[in-house]
Ligand binder design. Structure first.
Ligand code: ADP
Ligand code: ZN
Ligand code: ZN
Length: 690
């Protein structure tokens, strides 16, 4: 027999191999993982088609190589193959590469196959001997709004067709409670499975714990980047077999091999971590919608601050909207917004050398007196963003990237180092300026460590807890620090984005936000939408539990009149995001248009631009109407790890036209790939980073 397979190589082509049944001891099946020789190397492939011998001439058959082995019991399901076929076409990546991106990495390694088989048998045995634990599942006493939403979703499942619903509600309004209760209903069908996608950063032990409590008697499979490869293998098997009916995971879980998904939830649908930024640049939210429509099942997106893309669909009535408007917990309250006018503070000399206004001290002192916690939110880790020489204006730029090297204090010592957050390169802070010899180098700007140092000096008696990716590097350290916060002693917490999602803090009364201004007038057209959602998340950390009363958020800004602050103060997200969507129409931006980037990477900007210009010329030749192609521009971070990056932006209001032109671009890219190894061209469809 002859089988057509997709191979784990970046080539847009499928390949035929012969299948020798006597040697392989089984008949081929669609989805089999196989070992083959390809261009004198051993690699893996996936069977996509089975043909009878007589479909090829003998001469043709003689030129074919044989399949060398099969990963017994490793099968890619038809559903996953379909999803990968769509992804491959949409994101313009070879099918083989796409399929193997979707699988646990051990599946690619024939030398691991025996081990996988053993693991599986062991698990099979375990699951057979499993005694049901008759836990009592956790349940909420849902409020009226929640019940209404739940009823709507239940009706939606009954219709057994594709339906898209947005469950919108302020943080703590009980969205999680609603969708988990709904999924429990769905799982009353004994075979049904459900999929809950969460952003990478949101996958806290807290959510995992709640899901496990709610589905007390179900195997909950949790998938994220920190699980071991053996955990991943076992998870894949349990999901495929239907042993695990609840799948909770980050973006890659959209490729989970569940055969009987009846409902999908995308939690915090606006979150950027649903978009993969390299390799197969897919957006898991969008793929989830595709998968739900294929399966004809309901899918629910949740958010306090829906993305403009999703809101656009609400306005077009393509999504049903459910709203939860109150805090679910008795006594919980929304925090009140206070703006600190930096311009005025400066004029009145009420600001210190660190750029912190006097008001911040008032807040810290008062909160301490109230026996509560203050959270200082600054999305910048390290000591200071730049090292600077006042004499000659030298700044600590990275040699390999177009970025500054950030000053960090080494833990446990006073020595400082410079570190590039993009390429990771690293050196001690020089004793003197490398350009002029000046020994008096300064730091510019402020990061979490500098604030920590300053506050320690100002308030030696107050406990300080710093949470950023540096302070939580070692295993278990994040949990340790979170435990300290939950213990409830008055404290100042200094945190980056790590702290703002999914935590149910009970003792934070005051929140101080430093450094939002750069996002208000950024080049990125989505910046305001993003910062709004961050601020709502941050604000949601206060006003809970014991600290419900008198919860306040203070934001330092030069731009107190920015419309975003008004919307934030009045908790008027709908109008705010509607205005943004309308503005996008006016400027012809997504969601009104569809975009794709073609990114060139090489050792020089000149090589990139030449290639991009040639490509543009090639595409321009029969430019379809209403497609815009920009001139080459540098990426926002132009140089990364010694590689120069430039791009052209393709924009149109017609998805089909975009598909066509990208396929044409791909032909060109494939030709370049064969000709030259010194430049790499890639397509990023629906980009969110520029
Ligand atoms: P969201 O997902 O909207 O942020 P959650 O569902 O996590 O909100 O609910 C926030 C908190 O309120 C949780 O501690 C949850 O257990 C609790 N909660 C949810 N619904 C109710 C309810 N009907 N009654 C009491 N507490 C509730
Ligand atoms: Zn100098
Ligand atoms: Zn660098």
């Amino acid at each position: 027999m002859i089988v057509t397979i997709a191979i784990d190589v970046p080539i847009f082509q499928l390949f035929d191999y012969t299948w020798n049944q006597e040697e392989l001891l089984q008949l081929p099946q669609i989805g089999n993982i196989v070992k083959v020789e390809f261009r004198s190397k051993i690699t893996t492939g996936i069977v996509l088609q089975i043909k009878a011998d007589n479909s090829c001439s003998n001469d043709q058959i003689r030129t074919l190589k044989p399949i060398l082995g099969i990963g017994s019991n490793l099968n890619v399901t038809q559903q996953v193959i379909n999803l990968c076929q769509f992804s491959s076409k949409y994101y313009l990546k070879p099918l083989g590469e796409t399929l193997f991106t979707s699988l646990p990495s051990d599946w690619k390694k024939p030398n691991k196959w025996d081990l996988l088989q053993k693991q599986k048998l062991k698990e099979e045995e375990k699951s057979q001997n499993k005694i049901p634990n008759n836990n009592k599942d956790y349940e909420w006493n849902l409020n009226e709004e929640q019940i209404e939403s739940l009823e709507f979703l239940k009706q939606s499942s009954k219709r057994k067709k594709f339906e898209l619903t947005l469950l919108k509600g302020i943080t703590g309004s009980g969205k999680t409670a609603v969708y988990l209760t709904w999924l429990k209903e769905v799982l009353k069908n004994e075979k049904a499975q459900c999929l809950i996608l969460v952003p990478e950063i949101n996958l806290t032990p807290q959510l995992e714990k709640i899901v496990k409590q709610v589905f007390g008697n179900e195997e909950v499979t949790v998938l994220h980047s920190d699980i071991t490869s053996s955990q991943r293998n076992i998870a894949w098997w349990k999901i495929e077999k239907g042993v695990s009916r609840v799948i909770l995971g980050t973006r890659l879980s959209i490729f989970a091999p569940a055969k009987n998904i009846q409902a999908i939830v995308i939690d915090e649908e606006h979150d950027n971590s649903y978009k993969q930024q390299d390799g197969l640049r897919y957006n898991a939210r969008d793929l989830a919608i595709w998968r739900a429509s294929e399966l004809e099942i309901p899918i629910v997106l949740t958010s306090a601050t829906p993305s403009s893309e999703t809101w656009h669909k609400v306005l077009q009535k393509k999504i049903s909207l459910l709203t939860l408007s109150k805090k679910a917990k008795e006594g919980a309250s929304l925090s009140k917004l206070n703006l600190i006018d930096l311009g005025l503070a400066r004029k009145n000399k009420k600001i210190n050398a660190y750029g912190l206004s006097d008001k911040i001290h008032e807040v810290i002192t008062q909160t301490q007196k109230n026996n509560k916690q203050t959270l200082i939110y600054i999305n910048r880790r390290g000591y200071a963003p730049i090292l600077y020489c006042k004499t000659c204006s030298w700044k600590s730029s990275c040699k390999k990237c177009s970025a500054w090297m950030v000053v960090h204090k080494k833990p446990g010592s006073n020595r400082k180092v410079l570190q590039c957050h993009h390429c990771g390169c690293y050196q001690y802070v020089p004793q003197s300026c490398q350009e002029c010899g000046n020994q008096d180098l300064e730091t510019l700007g402020i990061g979490t460590q500098k604030i920590e140092e300053y506050l320690k000096e100002m308030y030696p008696e107050i406990k300080l807890i710093r949470i950023d990716s540096d302070s939580t590097k070692t295993k278990g350290s994040a949990e340790e620090l979170f435990k300290k916060i939950h213990a409830g002693e008055p404290a100042i917490i200094i945190g980056t984005q790590m702290i703002i999602k999914g935590h149910d803090f009970q003792h934070i009364q005051s929140i101080i936000v430093i450094d939002v201004d750069k996002s208000l007038y950024s080049q990125d057209f989505r910046a305001v939408e993003k910062i709004f959602s961050q601020l709502v998340q941050v604000a949601g950390r206060a006003g809970r539990g014991e600290a419900a009363e008198g919860a306040n958020i203070y934001i330092q800004t030069e731009f107190i009149d920015h419309p975003m602050f008004k919307a934030l103060a009045e908790h008027q997200y709908d109008q705010f995001i509607t205005d943004i969507v309308n503005e996008r129409q006016e400027y012809q931006l997504p969601p009104y248009t569809h975009q794709a980037l073609i990114i060139a990477e090489s050792k020089s900007e000149q090589i990139n631009n030449e290639a991009l210009n040639n490509l543009k010329h090639y595409l321009d030749q029969d430019l379809l109407e209403s497609i815009q192609i920009s001139d080459p521009t540098p990426r926002v971070l132009q140089r990364l790890s010694g590689v120069d990056r430039n791009q052209i932006l393709i924009e149109t209001d017609d998805r089909i036209k975009l598909q066509k032109i990208l396929e044409k671009a791909l032909d060109y890219i494939e030709v370049i790939k064969k000709k030259s190894r010194s430049i790499k061209l890639q397509i990023d469809r629906d980009p969110i980073q520029f």
